[in-house]
Design a protein around this ligand. Structure first.
Ligand SMILES: [Zn+2]
Ligand SMILES: [Zn+2]
Length: 257
């Protein structure tokens, strides 16, 4: 089993030591563990304070820690160093340049805000929203992000929490979104945190469309606590749900170059 969605306490809302995640993963029989904490973001020159991500000054510690665990447990598990990172056009290049100085293995695209996060018009995509225009922005931003070629897959692609009444319009946009994702060929993540927590995602309407279009699907634990990596009950419930839709996740086919 391979999991590419794991946080650390540096983002401020996850628990446990990095090593505890690794030990838990080994005990579960996870063969590949990717750390993908919320990416530090270089909001220069705006100086926006973002409270849910690894602070810039903790990035080096994150890299050092994951790299030392890679080495320490190399006979037991393959560990990768990654980030869950939004696509913010204004800050993308400079943030990548920041990461490149330490090196990293992969990025997953988790679009928690629209635009560049700090603007007035930016919305938190996981909060209740009646607005379909922001859904358009969210969709285009995810698709544009993927077109950079820098991401491995889309984390919780169905994060956008629409509570408006125009169900038909929502479904139309959802269909367009899933079809475009399929064209681009990037896997979409079935998020176990949202599934366990009964959040608005995984969104049934999204997954039914995925089943129809045949996108590649990957299960992501989105672990914010080490025990999550051994929660096989949730994992199997998710797998049963996906199977009921005729979806077979491709976790074990995902390779990081
Ligand atoms: Zn996320
Ligand atoms: Zn996450």
């Amino acid at each position: 089993m391979r999991n590419f969605h794991t946080h650390t306490k540096r983002c401020g809302h996850a628990r446990g030591n990095d090593e505890d995640y690794v030990i838990e993963a080994i005990e579960t029989g996870i063969s590949v563990l990717g750390f993908s904490d919320h990416s530090p973001m270089v909001f220069a020159p705006e100086n926006h304070h973002s409270s849910f991500r690894v602070p810039l000054e903790k990035a080096e510690d994150y890299v050092r820690s994951v790299n030392s665990l890679k080495e320490k447990y190399k006979d037991d598990i393959k560990i990768y160093l990654g980030y869950e990172m939004e696509y913010y056009p204004k800050f993308f290049d400079q943030t990548l340049a920041f990461h490149e100085q330490f090196g990293y293995d992969y990025l997953i695209l988790g679009q928690h805000f629209t635009y560049n996060e700090y603007e007035k018009k930016s919305i938190h995509t996981g909060s209740k929203n009646k607005d379909l225009d922001s859904f358009d922005v969210f969709i285009e931003q995810v698709l544009t992000g993927l077109q950079t070629g820098k991401y491995l897959y889309v984390a919780h692609p169905d994060l956008y929490y629409y509570v408006g009444r125009d169900e038909d319009a929502f479904l139309k946009k959802n269909e367009y979104y899933v079809k475009e994702l399929k064209k681009l060929g990037y896997p979409v993540e079935f998020n176990l945190l949202g599934f366990y927590d009964k959040r608005n995602y995984p969104d049934k309407r999204f997954w039914e469309m995925v089943a129809k279009e045949g996108n590649d699907v990957v299960i992501g634990f989105d672990a914010h606590d080490p025990w999550v990596l051994s929660d096989m009950k949730t994992y199997h419930q998710a797998l049963d749900y996906l199977h009921s839709l005729g979806i077979e996740p491709i976790n074990d086919k995902i390779e990081i170059k």
